[in-house]
Design a protein around this ligand. Sequence first.
Ligand SMILES: [Zn+2]
Length: 322
Amino acid sequence: MPPLDPHEGAAWPGGAKFALFLSHDVDKIFDRELFYALAALNRIRRLISRSEGRRAGRTLRRLARALVSPKAPEQDFRTILDIEARHGFRSTFFVLHDRRWRRRGARYDVEAPALRRIAGMIRAADGEIGLHGGYYRFNQAAAYRESRETLQAALGGEIVGIRNHFLRFSGAETWAAQQAAGFRYDSTFGYADRTGAREGRMFPFFAEDPATGRKMELLELPLTVMDVALFREPMEGPEALEAAWKAIEPVIAAGGLVTLLWHNDYFNEPEYREWQWTYEQLLVRLAEQKPWCAPGAEIAAWWRKRSAEGSRQSADDRTHRS
Ligand SMILES: [Zn+2]
């Protein structure tokens, strides 16, 4: 058996030189939605007060379009699944469940028939559904568990993955609560305001309590590039593509896990055309490198199995040596 040091290659199925985790946080599925409209108006007011007229105009145009001719809730999901299917890629969608009727709370009901149709589309494409939660109910194991069970009851299947809304994260406490709620992996670990691997972590790793040094059962799939962080400053598509690629390249070189997070509600948006364009171009470039691409649950399961074999192997080595 080959050594299982993550830096020795041989880490991924089929001899792929790196792995790819495509993910989407589903903050919003309805265009006509009160809190979205209020947030957009607030943003417009802020941009005008900072004399950023162009960005204010863009936000206003998008809001007007959403109210006058809203997209069908399924449309962006169809687009995403089609883009990924061109390369045989599959992905994970983290569905929001948190307190409703709050500014940063859930914007839709997990029992909405539209969401059920969307979940059907994702599953038909062999994609995964995970939980997006933990903003208002941060680090509460019971709340995470309730969200997980609610989502399972509404959409069927087992939910094993989680990413916190707004990437809310406080280290071991977050992981411990997620693990106690029955999750097998988290993918919150990353930068919200810039691209690249946080703390240089480019491989899945077992969550750890720094106070005790004890490893948990929960696996972390760290983020590489999030759309919102990439486009924090307005950028043209080609410039964004190069910036994202610069963050991705070291992970490929290390043979690690490239994790992308693109929000569904920035697809099919004329005002945000470069967001979708950049995603499409990134997938073309990544596909040329022939990664192993799978939903988070499969990546976590693979890493868990590989780690178990690795520790068995090193236990055997110790036995043989003695
Ligand atoms: Zn979110």
